[in-house]
Write a protein that binds this ligand. Structure first.
Ligand SMILES: [Zn+2]
Length: 476
């Protein structure tokens, strides 16, 4: 029996607002002292009322638009009831049957092939707090309680762990480009739930699925899905295919999934409309205005870089790995006027150092203007590429202006033919044997002479002119 893999992803992304979803508490809880960013609203004190954060709604809708979703004019918040110590209200404020958006799609690239993944919906909700288990008791930190989340639900269109990972990476880039979430996995700003099931090839019906909860890295996502596929495959082989949905966890250390509970159905959550928040009415005009404010999205940018700058697919992918890096690269090209040389400098010199130092583009010291000027000086033959590489470390270390370094060190390229001629004459006079051999037909000695002149001029002579002059002298 041939089986195919069916995967759907739910992605939770923390919305990058200043304040929480329903109160004015600071939304940046990472590293803050436990329970220092809380108030009566986000801790669910009696008599308090939640008030939706307008910016969170705007950023959620913009993301939904970027995911090609339709935005109904009418939507509402609902209570999702479950009992857990990290949930001070005793319920989560989420969206059930009327989310802010639905029916979208996103395009991904699989080994160069296009594939469309359906987006069921994007809805808004608030996050729970955090529990830390110590021995026989648990500590509650409510700093994160009330943080706005976007939940992005895909259709079950993914067919392998690799596809799921590529899709998740694309969503991360989209929310980062839109500016709706920093989506820093390390800080838990983006998390994944993956639903996995198998079915016989050729059938349409979906079988009971296992939902792997709370995966917090792309690696865990891929490993957990692959493990789960294998596990279910074995069940099918033994004629014990899953009879009902289940919720499972991922044990990073053991590298295996484990059963948490037989899956709840929507009825278990006793959803009902949130009585303290009026329905959201989203006027078409406002939505259309937000649509015009959307930036160029990662995939479109990637394709434009290939077309406009002639960079390879792979390089375009690297250059658009963050919006800040893509903007930086475009600025360097704009100033230098040479896309190819700019690509080389950004990838081989700058990114190599950034990776080594584990810095982001925003955190390092070479401004796009500064690198752009350096590349332009090389393009204009004001300095050689070799000199460029010699001075770049100082730009990297101290952010020093390239023109200042060149001026201080007197490194400008020598393009004065009289001056170059002096170097050439000296080299030829110093190497009578080589001159003789060259005249006897040993053409490849030209490189030797050029090298000597460059050495004598401390790398500053214009190599093109040096070449030309030596040839002229030796041929005469
Ligand atoms: Zn609060």
């Amino acid at each position: 029996m041939q089986l195919e893999v069916i995967i759907g992803l739910e992605i939770h992304a923390q919305v990058a607002t200043k304040t929480k979803m329903f109160c004015n508490c600071d939304n940046d809880a990472f590293g803050a002292k436990p329970n220092s960013l809380i108030c009566p609203v986000c801790t669910g004190q009696p008599g308090t009322l939640p008030a939706p954060n307008q910016k969170a709604v705007e950023l959620g809708i913009k993301t939904a638009l970027a995911l090609n979703c339709s935005i109904p004019e009418h939507s509402k918040f609902d209570r999702k009831n479950y009992f857990y110590p990290d949930l001070p209200y005793g319920f989560q404020i989420s969206q059930f049957d009327e989310p802010v958006s639905e029916n979208g799609k996103v395009e991904i690239r699989l080994n160069g092939e296009k594939k469309e993944i359906g987006i069921t919906r994007l809805h808004l909700e608030n996050d729970a707090g955090k529990l830390t288990h110590v021995g026989s008791f648990s500590l509650c930190d409510y700093n994160r309680a009330g943080t706005p989340l976007m939940e992005i639900v895909s259709d079950p269109d993914l067919r392998s762990a690799e596809e799921a990972k590529i899709y998740a990476e694309e969503i991360q880039k989209i929310v980062q480009f839109v500016g709706s979430s920093r989506a820093d996995l390390f800080k838990g700003e983006m998390r994944f739930d993956a639903s996995v099931s198998l079915r016989e090839v050729g059938t349409e019906k979906l079988n009971p699925r296992a939902e792997i909860k709370n995966l917090n890295s792309f690696r865990a996502l891929e490993l957990a899905i692959n493990f789960e596929i294998q596990r279910q495959q074995k069940l099918w082989d033994n004629d014990e295919k899953p009879k009902g949905d289940s919720t499972i966890g991922w044990d990073e250390e053991k590298g295996e999934t484990f059963l948490m509970r037989e899956k709840e159905s929507a009825a278990d959550y006793r959803y009902f409309p949130e009585p303290d928040i009026p329905p959201l009415i989203l006027e078409k005009k406002a939505v259309e205005e937000w649509r015009t404010e959307l930036p160029e999205l990662p995939l479109a940018k990637r394709e434009r870089f290939v077309q406009e700058f002639g960079v390879s697919e792979e390089d375009a992918k690297t250059l658009t790995s963050s919006k800040a890096l893509a903007d930086y690269f475009e600025k360097v090209v704009e100033i230098s006027g040479d896309a190819k040389k700019s690509t080389g400098w950004v990838l081989s010199e700058l990114l190599a150092r950034m990776n080594e130092a584990q810095l982001k583009i925003e955190e390092q010291k070479v401004s796009a203007e500064n690198l752009g000027k350096l590349v332009k000086l090389i393009v204009d033959n004001e300095i050689s590429g070799k000199i460029g590489k010699e001075i770049f470390p100082e730009m990297w270390e101290n952010g020093t202006d390239v023109e200042k370094i060149i001026e201080t060190k007197g490194l400008k390229q020598i393009s004065d033919s009289g001056e170059i001629e002096k170097f050439v004459d000296q080299v030829l006079a110093d190497s009578p044997n080589q001159v003789e051999q060259f005249k006897a037909g040993k053409d490849n000695l030209l490189g030797f002479f050029v090298g000597q002149v460059m050495k004598l001029s401390q790398g500053q002579a214009n190599p093109g002119m040096v070449n030309e002059l030596i040839r002229k002298k030796l041929d005469s």
